[in-house]
Write a protein that binds this ligand. Structure first.
Ligand code: NAD
Ligand code: MG
Ligand code: MG
Ligand code: MG
Ligand code: MG
Ligand code: MG
Length: 332
């Protein structure tokens, strides 16, 4: 069972006694920088000249400097730039200014797990990753609550890396909710698997296949859209609130019976065998290496696949239908 840590297990003064650099000011970066600042931590945000986020961070009262300058000033460096560019930012702006005893922090383990970034043995390497998007992390903090976090230590040069990680997590409100101890390997592999097999990849493919099946059988795309995409939110909300049990309590007995007898025909032994293959390709680095190669080649396949889905009847139908539903906020 997982080990959990709360406010009483973490000492905020540890992170308050350090200088922290938050590199990047996107979804996670803004939440970390603002909440650490409000927790009495000495924070600076590292952004390249010309970054659109610079004005926003300054407006919110944060000190902004270049990534290299931020790393020079700080002894704790949180890397919250997009994963595919982290290795480049590390080579150019972090590595030349790292000092013995510094701590390198991440919000996701990909670059460490697959060796794209290889920090020297003299620095702590930690992860603090909230289990929620940045805007929720920030809002919960401001309301005196927190989003649960996971924390990990890959390299403990000082012998105190985990206490430091817990202190950082306290600074962003994580220990108010609870921090689960994990490893870079477990976080990275399960995160990639979850998003590919279930959350993003599995769900998108399931919705598309269901929609196409109905449309190819002659049903109206608008009706197919409601049945295969729109109503998914209701079902997922019920699962989120009370697991499969609450969802099945809420749906009709007919829907529940169909769930039991047809679900396993859709997601069957063949699907699970493919999931195991996908997990294997994540674990052995095939996925990460292919993704980096695609990214560095300028994203040709990515753009092709993106375009194909943008033009899909499911998407054009949805755009039209969502206009009829005033409560569906496209900007949310
Ligand atoms: P994001 O895309 O929202 O923001 C990235 C930020 O990096 C932007 O402010 C951008 O201006 C800045 N940036 C881009 N290039 C830069 C450069 N060369 N130098 C300095 N700054 C640069 O990213 P995100 O979604 O917050 O993800 C950051 C990290 O957090 C990733 O490791 C990600 O896996 C992890 N993470 C994200 C979430 C999430 O909810 N989005 C959740 C958990 C973990
Ligand atoms: Mg420094
Ligand atoms: Mg994830
Ligand atoms: Mg992910
Ligand atoms: Mg229905
Ligand atoms: Mg029921």
């Amino acid at each position: 069972m997982a080990e959990l840590f709360y406010d009483d297990d973490a000492d905020l003064s540890i992170i308050q006694d350090r200088k922290v650099a938050v590199l990047g000011y996107g979804s996670q970066g803004h939440a970390h920088a603002l909440s650490l600042r409000d927790s009495g931590v000495d924070v600076r945000v590292g952004l390249h000249e010309g970054s659109k986020s610079r004005a926003k961070a300054e407006e919110q009262g944060l000190k902004v400097t270049t990534p290299a300058e931020a790393v020079k000033e700080a002894t704790v460096i949180m890397v919250l730039v997009p994963d595919p560019i982290q290795a480049k930012v590390y080579e150019e702006s972090i590595a030349p200014h790292l000092k013995d005893g510094d701590a390198l922090f991440f919000g996701h383990g990909l670059n460490i797990r697959f060796g794209f970034i290889k920090p020297p043995a003299s620095v702590d390497v930690c992860m603090v990753a909230p289990k929620g998007p940045g805007h929720l992390v920030r809002r919960q903090y401001e309301e005196g609550r927190g989003v649960p976090c996971i924390a990990a230590v890959e390299q403990d040069a000082t012998g105190k890396a985990f206490e430091l990680a817990l202190s950082y997590a306290k600074g962003i409100g994580g220990t108010r909710a609870g921090v689960i101890k994990t490893t870079f390997t477990e976080e990275t592999e399960t995160d990639l698997f979850g998003e590919q097999a279930v959350l993003c990849g599995g769900t998108s493919a399931l919705v598309k296949a269901g929609f196409e099946t109905l449309v190819e059988a002659g049903y109206q795309p608008e009706i197919a859209y409601f049945e295969c995409l729109h109503e998914l939110k209701l079902i997922v909300d019920l699962m989120y609130e009370g697991g499969l049990e609450k969802m099945r309590w809420s749906i009709s007995e007919t829907a529940e019976w169909g769930d039991y007898v047809s679900g396993p025909r859709i997601i069957n032994e063949g699907t699970k065998a493919e999931m195991k293959k996908i997990l294997g390709e994540i674990q052995d680095g095939t996925f990460a290496n292919n993704w980096m190669a695609e990214y560095n080649a300028g994203l040709p396949k990515y753009n092709e696949l993106k375009k194909a889905d943008e033009d899909h009847l499911l998407e054009t139908t949805g755009k039209k239908l969502r206009k009829l539903m005033s409560w569906v906020d496209e900007e949310a």
